[in-house]
Design a protein around this ligand. Structure first.
Ligand SMILES: [Zn+2]
Length: 314
């Protein structure tokens, strides 16, 4: 499209002397602009599986072969070396609350493609595929449950859903959970695992940081406890908001936790990073977290903390 004639027409506001010489073809200039080189997915190396799927899993830490059933029974923790494999939000909730005590909140809340995001794949197509593949509607499951004698407002993130990214739904569900906890006078427990804010929702994702933090501030004003549990991996916008605001911050062993990734930090600071940088153990040594709790001990430990936190109220 001839830009000069186009400008002449709009700026002057008077009748155009001559029409654009080349009439824009269907999709003309825009089509050329929108053309982007396709990412060559064929080039990415695919590793061959050495073992039949669904029977055995090789531990990435100690290389031993673990029978999947054994891994399930062991809450996805390697029985040989205690390596913590990722675990789904529902399995995790099941391992923490008293049987049949969990009442899910906002189970049907689902993300909307506000920005009409189009990348290699559209946001909508990604959401649809994930909803089909799992029982999840978004990257967090929230609800009220019992832990020991305590009623708690529990939110558990799921890394399987778009890398546990925080969009409007994650922010809204967690905010409602915190507010429900505040109203009920219950402790709030949030288990976070996330790559950060959800880029598909742009600014709307970033706004969730302020919203969840504000809800937690009201919760704190009522002198109600908030326990944040960090599991591998936990980064960026989530770490920069509710995940690091706990009165008590716990982490699973060897979880990777930080704001920016180690490579970005190394490139920016041009300095060698200390060994074990951004692991739970490193952060415990440097005072960012209060304790490291293995997954299998998490429930018992939480009940202990809740007993302690509630003891002052009686
Ligand atoms: Zn192992």
């Amino acid at each position: 499209m001839d830009t000069t004639s186009f400008l002449k027409k709009t700026i002057s506001g008077v009748t155009q002397v001559e029409p654009a010489l080349t009439p824009p073809t269907a999709g003309g200039a825009q089509a050329t602009f929108a053309k982007k080189p396709k990412l060559d997915s064929a080039k990415s190396k695919t590793r061959k599986r050495e073992i039949p799927e669904g029977l055995w899993t090789k531990c990435p830490s100690c290389a031993s072969m673990i029978f999947d059933k054994e891994l399930d029974e062991n809450l996805q923790v390697c029985p040989k070396c205690e390596h913590h494999f990722p675990i789904g939000s529902r399995e995790r909730i099941h391992s923490l609350v008293e049987t049949c005590s969990f009442e899910e909140m906002d189970a049907e809340m689902a993300s909307v493609d506000v920005l009409g995001f189009k990348g290699v794949a559209t946001y909508k197509s990604k959401l649809d595929a994930l909803k089909k593949k799992s029982t999840l509607k978004d990257a967090v499951v929230t609800g009220i449950g019992k832990m020991g004698a305590h009623t708690v407002a529990l939110g558990v993130m799921d890394f399987n859903f778009l890398g546990g990214s925080m969009g409007s739904v994650v922010g809204e569900k967690l905010t409602r959970l915190i507010e429900r906890g505040t109203e009920g006078g219950w402790p709030v427990i949030i288990i976070s695992t996330s790559g950060g804010a959800r880029m598909y929702e742009g600014m709307f994702s970033l706004m969730q940081m302020a919203k969840t933090s504000a809800a937690l501030a009201y919760h704190a004003q009522r002198k109600l406890p908030y326990i944040s549990i960090l599991v591998n991996p936990d980064y960026a916008g989530v770490m920069a908001s509710y995940a690091s605001l706990g009165d008590l911050i716990l982490a699973e062993p060897k979880a990777m936790i930080g704001f920016a990734g180690p490579r970005v930090i190394k490139d920016t600071t041009q300095a060698e990073l200390p060994p074990g940088f951004q692991t739970s153990e490193f952060l415990l040594d440097h005072g960012l977290i209060d304790a490291i709790v293995p997954r299998k001990e998490m429930k018992a430990q939480l009940v202990k903390y809740l007993d302690y936190l509630a003891s002052g109220k009686k």
